[in-house]
Write a protein that binds this ligand. Structure first.
Ligand code: HEM
Length: 196
């Protein structure tokens, strides 16, 4: 439990402070971004669908937070992990570390629900960040960290961007430290996040 809490708190810093990867705080990101849009209920919709799915499958918390991490480490938290390969241009999804990712269907379900209620407002990048938080938070009965919102979705997703950004299971300590420091994450972040 203690490890999970430390991990969650550090992940908070990853998603809040480094919400867009290397950049320290995106000027457009803020709490409750959608409250002042034509989709004020966005966060509630994400939570409803996420929680319904997590109640049926408790492994989704792990899957969604991993999906979010794999998204954020490559081109920032821009939902580029969700884009499919087009023609011969392979997307991030097809990179080896991403082949065992799960939870895409949950994000699709949330996106469908949100688009049915208020089309064209809520980014997939925000949905992913919120769903990861909501899925992990459900057993604690309260949001475990704040998620700043207002992210824009990326339109580019390249398999070749994954290497050199996401650590491999064979990365040594120096490489892990280096890859994390490229995202402004220090050794404490590396240790805590690895303890998930
Ligand atoms: C520090 C470098 C990391 C490496 C080298 C690494 C590598 C891996 C590998 C090899 C797996 C097994 C994948 C498979 O089943 O084939 C895995 C699973 C997992 N990773 Fe990481 N990971 C790292 C950091 C993280 C971080 C920072 C998070 C979350 C914030 C995370 C979340 C997870 C989760 C939740 C799973 C299990 C997913 C499931 O059971 O569906 N990992 N990781």
């Amino acid at each position: 439990m203690k490890t999970l809490l430390v991990f969650v708190l550090v992940f908070l810093s990853l998603t809040m402070v480094y919400g867009a990867g290397k950049a320290p705080v995106k000027p457009g990101l803020r709490l409750d971004f959608y409250k002042s849009t034509r989709c004020p209920q966005a966060e509630q919709l994400v939570k409803q669908v996420t929680e319904a799915r997590v109640r049926r499958d408790a492994t989704l918390g792990a899957k969604l937070i991993r999906l979010h991490y794999h998204d954020c480490f490559v081109k920032g938290c821009d939902a580029s992990i969700l884009l499919d390969t087009v023609g011969t241009t392979q997307s991030e999804k097809d990179a080896r570390p991403n082949l065992s990712l799960g939870g895409f269907d949950v994000i699709d379900e949330i996106k469908t629900r949100v688009e049915n209620v208020c089309p064209g407002i809520v980014s997939c990048a925000d949905i992913l960040a919120l769903a990861a938080r909501d899925a992990v938070s459900l057993p604690f009965n309260r949001p475990m960290w704040n998620v700043l919102t207002g992210r824009k979705d990326g339109r580019v997703s390249l398999l070749s961007d994954v290497t050199g950004n996401l650590p491999s299971p064979f990365s040594n300590f120096a490489t892990l430290q280096n890859l994390f420091s490229n995202k402004n994450l220090d050794i404490n972040d590396l240790v805590a996040l690895s303890g998930n």
